[in-house]
Design a protein around this ligand. Structure first.
Ligand code: FAD
Length: 502
């Protein structure tokens, strides 16, 4: 059955699809969004994960840095992100921990001095992050422009020594040169490995590091007020107010195109036609729909564990858990541990002590819990386990999920004064394969495919980083250049690519 013809059809109702749709609708285009699932939002959903508890958890993505203020202002989103006073806490040894505030302060300095009485690590930390901040500030505004070439961007940023160690040499090199302590090295490295199955000495880790540090020019990771679903609700509001049609339970199963239009066949039997097609679905999903060759990417490599707690657990170090879990809590994430777990996982071994990071959303924003749970002292923990590639789960996902959960909890329990199991009210565990099944991220890759550098190579065609081999089809999701993360950037850029042609 063929119906109305749209200017633009968008496959996927993730946050990027909604951003693209709204920009296009406001420019006068007719737009229809087709989402396979009964829920909108893709990896940016908040869900009442445990039906018996009034708690709306950010089921997949949980922190925001990359969403530019420009998109929030352009679209008029009534949406707020809250700063965390604590940046991170990393327990080590029998009862110690490295505490880092969002801005360098006496408490942070003392904590660094306990770890390294020479004071060198603390100074190295301040110097390194001041340099990275300078770089971030210069690169962030370019993300909403057509891609610059490598040489153009390098010239514009004009910070050659930093360019060299962030872009051209493996990130592991600068980390091991500038820092000597294994714990501190690990805290720096973690931003290079989130969702990226790589060694510290693979350039892919540099790209991941870059995206984790350049958000909005500051790289600060903030808590979405009301959970990630609050962003999506606002995006749905502005999209529908702008005239976008959103269809849920509308899985695309085939795409074909002519020189004049693109047809999308749905599982329901409907065929939706547009002058242009945007794919918010991953490039691999789009390739399968079009019957073209499938691009290869790294496996997704993370566990996402959502936990509701009766109360926060006590720590061996004696730090107030309200401080320890208010920022990112790292366990078993030293540089050497990362490298050795990576090698083991590559050889098919589940880590015995999974490198994990977690944070307690409710310490910054209790509003994701109903009043009764808040009054009773409940808290949430979102746990992200690293270096658990999809291949570890291929044999038997259920058995491997149990093993991974055991490894993650045992990693955490190393630093707790009481087993975490004693304070868990409810828990949900998502492997890369579970994530693929739920929201079609190929092999659970949280960035849809391998992240790419935020420039095009010299001598290549001008581009927004969203084009495909078909002039009527564009990528508007995380799989575009400068995609990955909750940013809306590929959504904005795909809309601009279409509008600049018309
Ligand atoms: C566990 C996890 C934790 C993360 N943590 C963070 C974080 O804290 N901060 C951060 O910035 N990023 C994080 N990310 C990454 C971030 O969530 C994603 O990169 C981002 O949400 C991608 O948004 P998107 O709109 O491009 O695509 P998605 O959110 O993936 O949405 C794509 C949509 O397309 C739909 N779709 C796919 N195929 C079809 C089809 N055939 N027909 C119709 N619809 C289809 C899907 O159902 C989905 O709704 C995380 C991701 C995961 C999985």
């Amino acid at each position: 059955m063929i119906g109305k013809k749209y200017d633009v059809v968008i496959i996927g109702g993730g946050h990027n699809g909604l951003v693209a749709a709204t920009y296009l609708a406001r420019a006068g285009k007719t737009v229809r969004v087709l989402e396979a699932n009964p829920e909108i939002g893709g990896a940016s959903q908040s869900v009442r994960t445990f039906p018996e508890y009034d708690a709306n958890l950010s089921r997949y993505s949980y922190l925001i840095a990359l969403l530019p203020d420009k998109i929030v202002n352009d679209l008029g989103l009534a949406f707020e992100c809250i700063s965390r006073e604590v940046s991170s806490y990393t327990p080590y040894g029998d009862n110690q921990g490295l505490y880092v505030s969002r801005t360098w302060d006496t408490k942070t300095e003392q904590s660094f001095m306990e770890l390294d009485p020479s004071g060198k690590e603390g100074l190295a930390w301040q110097d390194f992050y001041a340099e990275v901040a300078q770089f971030a500030e210069r690169i962030a505004p370019t993300l909403l422009e057509p891609l610059k070439t490598r040489s153009e961007l390098r010239k514009q940023i004009d910070l050659d020594p930093i360019w060299k160690y962030l872009i051209e040499e493996p990130i592991g090199k600068v980390i091991t040169q500038r820092f000597s302590n294994d714990i501190v090295r690990g805290v720096v490295l973690t931003d290079a490995l989130i969702g990226t199955f790589a060694s510290a000495f693979d350039i892919q880790a540099n790209i991941c590091f870059l995206y984790h540090l350049i958000g909005n020019g500051t790289g600060e990771w903030k808590v979405p007020k009301g959970g990630m679903g609050a962003l999506v609700s606002e995006l749905v509001r502005v999209a529908t107010e702008s005239g976008v049609e959103i269809s849920l339970n509308s899985k695309a199963i085939k795409v074909d195109s002519t020189s004049a239009q693109v047809n999308v066949e749905l599982q329901t039997g409907e065929v939706v036609t547009g002058k242009y097609l945007l794919s918010n679905a991953a490039p691999e999903v789009l390739a399968k729909l079009r019957g073209t060759s499938v691009p290869k990417s790294l496996d997704g490599s993370q566990m996402k564990i959502n936990i509701l707690l009766n109360r926060l657990p006590k720590l061996k170090s004696g730090i107030d858990p309200r401080l320890a879990f208010a920022g990112t809590f790292h366990a078993n994430e030293s540089f050497d541990q990362f490298e050795s777990v990576y090698k083991d996982a590559k050889n098919g071994l589940m880590p015995e002590k999974m490198p994990i990071e977690m944070y307690c959303h409710t310490l910054t924003d209790p509003s994701i819990l109903g009043q009764e749970l808040q009054d009773a002292g409940y808290q949430t923990l979102t746990l992200f386990g690293i270096h658990t590639p999809a291949s570890l789960f291929d044999g038997d996902n259920d058995v491997a999920r149990d093993a991974a959960l055991k490894s993650a909890l045992s990693s955490l329990n190393d630093y707790l004064a009481e087993p975490i199991e004693d304070v868990i009210a409810a828990i949900e565990v998502k492997t890369p394969l579970d994530i693929e099944e739920a929201i079609a991220l190929p092999r659970g890759n949280i960035f849809h495919n391998d992240l790419s550098m935020p420039f095009r190579e010299d001598g290549t065609e001008p581009s927004w980083g969203v084009e495909t081999d078909d002039p009527r089809i564009f990528i508007c999701g995380a799989g575009a250049a400068r995609g990955g993360g909750v940013s809306g950037i590929p959504g904005h850029n795909a809309a601009m690519a279409i509008l600049s042609n018309n």
